[in-house]
Design a protein around this ligand. Sequence first.
Ligand code: SF4
Length: 261
Amino acid sequence: MKSLPDAAALLEQTLLARRDLLGDVRPNVSREALQRFTSVRTAPQAAAPATAPGRNADTLAAIQEEVRTCRLCEHLAASRTQTVFGVGNPQADLMFVGEAPGADEDRLGEPFVGRAGELLTKIIQAMGLSRDDVYIANVLKCRPDMPKGAPGNRPPTPQEMERCLPYLRRQIALIRPRVLVALGKTAMVGLVGADEPMGAMRGRWFSFEGIPLLPTYHPSYLLRNGAPAEKRKVWEDMLLVMEKLGLTISEKQRGFFRSAA
Ligand code: SF4
């Protein structure tokens, strides 16, 4: 079966041939009318999504706007105060990824701002960097909902993280950090599906979209278990990150918490 534009061309040819045969008898259909015939009935092309993953036109601002209005998890969209997109240097070499916003982040709209966030800031500063040098985000952009009146936070489910991961993927594709650090086991589950105890994963390099990924304990773990030996483990992981980034490491930095090892 011919397409509509082909059918119109055939009709025009037939009419022109009839005019040739009949001399003065002109076809009763103009070229403009034929064009209208084809254009009116040609289905419009479906518009491509403005910010589909991997498109050059993608921007952090565009993703952030999509996240702001996202309702893919209806229960989280209903319970959140606001979405928590990410913060820091959009051209950072180093990116930290946590699991999800907690109550403080949900209130303020920025990741890692509570006590755990303060500790993360101290860790970053001990590396000789500032929060403005790195980028910080979570796998999940909405706070996992809690029963009404219940205190604390809950970890996101694997299903929630899977649904939200495309946003983080696009953030990472734009920022293109040289090193990713996953803060906590849940972030590792969300990023690469690695469901092992953190004690077995930390200190080992993984890969996310070809980017070196190092897991380490979530700062909230250090708040619960602040033994110097545990702090030293996180610090050893940060030394690995600094080496990978080619950052200068002083003797003083190498020695942090060494007596606890
Ligand atoms: S958690 Fe992510 S996918 Fe779910 S509603 Fe929030 S932004 Fe959308």
